[in-house]
Design a protein around this ligand. Structure first.
Ligand SMILES: NC(=O)C1=CN([C@@H]2O[C@H](COP(=O)(O)OP(=O)(O)OC[C@H]3O[C@@H](n4cnc5c(N)ncnc54)[C@H](O)[C@@H]3O)[C@@H](O)[C@H]2O)C=CC1
Ligand SMILES: O=C(CO)COP(=O)(O)O
Length: 363
């Protein structure tokens, strides 16, 4: 029964959702569903964990980085601190809707990449699907009020790369098998109850994108393949043959068109605050190059040394002449050796200054 677990909540507890998806019935994200299920006093205690994190790898202690989102930054920070360890690094965000939309929609693209690989398409096709798919996710997320920069983070690009390329993904596996010609019902029946959420999410996205008036040709194409039995090869040809257009539509810059009115991306970016500028230590200027005169002297010294060495090694001569030649070569090499050592010392000093400045700045 929906909401049954909510009755077990204790006043001191917070809830961290690890689920990714969109309700087919209501098009609500997990956040919106949970807010409707928990008692009002718990609504400010909800946090969401998302990002590239195959459970099997987390359980095996493989290094993993995720995003913890909560509307309240303090709550996000608390959960972040509670869950982080040297093998599981949590970043935090207050863009709950962005993290939620990204986590749900990547599942559909994971199926698409599986289909592409199953059909025998190459790396180019997969990279194009990931990139142009992320563009569609970004348009939809911005239309729902998300910060577009969230889409390039762990919950967006991170999870997309993981599930579109990693064979541990259930969604990608379903796609692979579809691409090789198996029927969806047979695939699902063989999964032992495990769910590939991209299957229902493909339906939800189509409804959502049409409702919001956001053009998503790749998502539409995937829906046709998964749910309408369309031939994937034909769908790919159709998607590739559409009207040619700029990579980033002017709409995205000026504003995503949502039901005739626009959401201004620049305003969304401005609301997200100034970009984070880490304190980077300025490198001290390089030691000046040796003056031209010294360079000429250096060249001359090197040339004399080469000549002397040649006369010893190639032209031969008596043992007395060879000893004299060696001495001449040593004398000739001396200025060059000193110059090289000076340059080396300068470089070491420079490096030491960089280290000290950067350490000092970090403190
Ligand atoms: N397994 C993984 O590597 C990761 C999973 N997640 C997310 O965690 C969530 C759970 O995933 P898993 O535990 O791996 O899935 P799972 O497929 O192992 O288990 C899902 C459970 O939900 C139940 N279930 C399915 N539909 C239901 C419904 N309508 N009402 C009530 N119960 C239902 C199933 O019977 C099953 O016990 C998913 O949203 C998934 O995206 C996130 C990151 C990694
Ligand atoms: O979301 C996941 C990893 O971050 C798991 O993906 P699948 O549901 O496709 O297995």
């Amino acid at each position: 029964m929906p909401g049954e677990a909510a009755k077990l909540l204790q006043p001191h507890q917070v809830m961290v959702s690890c689920s990714k998806g969109i309700s087919l019935a209501s098009l609500e994200t997990v956040e919106e569903l949970l807010e409707g299920l928990v008692p009002p006093q718990f609504r400010s205690r909800l946090a969401y964990l998302s990002g590239p994190s195959f459970a099997a790898e987390v359980a095996a202690g493989q290094p993993t980085a995720v995003t913890v989102a909560a509307k309240d930054d303090q709550l996000a920070a608390r959960v972040q601190a509670l869950l982080s360890n040297p093998r599981f690094r949590c970043y935090r965000s207050t863009d709950v809707v962005g993290v939620e939309i990204a986590g749900a929609l990547k599942n559909v693209l994971a199926i698409a990449c599986g289909i592409s690989d199953g059909l025998g398409f190459g790396n180019n096709a997969r990279a194009a699907l990931i990139t142009r798919g992320l563009y569609e996710i970004t348009k939809l997320a911005v239309a729902r009020g998300a910060n577009p920069l969230t889409m390039s983070g762990l919950a967006g690009m991170g999870d997309l790369v993981l599930t579109c390329t990693g064979d541990l993904s259930r969604n990608r596996t379903v796609g692979l098998r579809l691409g090789r010609g198996e029927r969806l019902t047979d695939i699902q029946a063989s999964m032992g109850g495990a769910v590939a959420e991209g299957v229902p999410t493909a339906v939800a996205i189509r409804t959502l994108s049409r409702k919001l008036g956001v053009e998503c040709p790749i998502m539409e194409g995937i829906h046709r393949v998964i749910h309408e039995g369309a031939n994937a090869q034909k769908v790919v040809t159709e998607v590739m043959s559409r009207e040619l257009k700029p990579e980033v539509a002017p709409d995205i810059i000026k504003g995503v068109i949502v039901n005739g009115s626009s959401t201004n991306l620049l305003e969304v970016l401005a609301a997200a605050g100034p970009p984070h500028t880490p304190a980077v230590a300025e490198a001290p200027p390089l030691p000046p190059p040796p003056p031209a005169l010294e360079m000429v002297a250096l060249k001359e010294a090197a040339a004399t040394a080469v000549e002397s060495t040649k006369s010893i090694l190639v032209e031969g001569g008596s043992s007395g002449e060879r000893a004299e030649g060696r001495e001449r070569a040593e004398v000739a090499m001396r200025p060059a050796t000193v110059a090289v050592m000076a340059a080396g010392a300068g470089a070491v000093l420079g490096a030491a200054v960089v280290l000290i400045v950067s350490r000092w700045r970090r403190v």
